[in-house]
Design a protein around this ligand. Structure first.
Ligand code: FMN
Length: 182
């Protein structure tokens, strides 16, 4: 099984989305091979799209912009949709990890619904979304282990992958961090 972890932040390095994917990657142990992509690669490289198509799972991590998905993410989603439509249909499951500047992770709710709606349109399977608040705080909390202190709920949401694998990861997770239901 293979999972594509797509960093949807426009920042080349040091983004909060990058941090969240790195933490998630550490927890993925259930027979999954992972490959990390940056959104710029996905927008400009056909090779990246082909590689993503070989995956069983996509995880998109992105920042919240004006309560929605950033425009470059929208461009990416449109590109991915027409790419997938040009290929043989495949049941790829999509998960999303949105982070925002506001403290409450639930601010990301609409953006996660946008990804869910995109899955339906693009013929992909929606897995689950996680919304992380206080994204800009993550950088200054690098020394705090995930699952502790202000990263307690975030750690619980991501650690679920370690125990159950992607399929049940976020569908079974019951906590206020959970933003959308399957
Ligand atoms: C153009 C722009 C719009 C933003 N809009 C919101 C918003 O509506 N709500 C919010 O909580 N944060 C908003 N933010 C803050 C980002 O979501 C936040 O800084 C996030 O942690 C950046 O993630 P990244 O480092 O992965 O890019 C916005 C930031 C930018 C640059």
């Amino acid at each position: 099984m293979k999972a594509a972890l797509i960093n949807g932040s426009p920042k080349a390095k040091g983004s909060n989305s990058e941090y969240l994917l790195a933490e998630l990657k550490k927890l993925i142990t259930n027979d999954y091979e992972t490959e990390v992509f940056h959104i710029n690669q996905c927008l400009h490289s056909q090779e990246a799209l082909e590689s993503i198509y070989t995956c069983d799972v996509l995880v998109v991590a992105f920042p919240l912009y004006v309560d929605g998905v950033p425009s470059h993410m929208l461009h990416f989603l449109e590109k991915m949709e027409s790419f997938f439509q040009s290929k043989e249909k495949k049941a790829i499951t999509v998960y999303a990890v949105a982070n925002c500047g506001f403290y409450e992770g639930e601010q990301t709710g609409l953006s996660l619904q946008m990804i869910e709606a995109w899955c339906k349109k693009a013929g992909l399977v929606w897995g689950q979304g996680v919304g992380a608040g206080a994204g800009e705080m993550l950088g200054s909390l690098q020394s705090v282990p995930i699952g502790h202190g202000p990263k307690k709920n975030l750690g619980r949401a991501l650690q679920w992958t370690n125990q159950t694998g992607f399929t049940q990861t976020m569908t079974e997770y019951q906590d206020k961090e959970r933003v959308t239901k399957k």
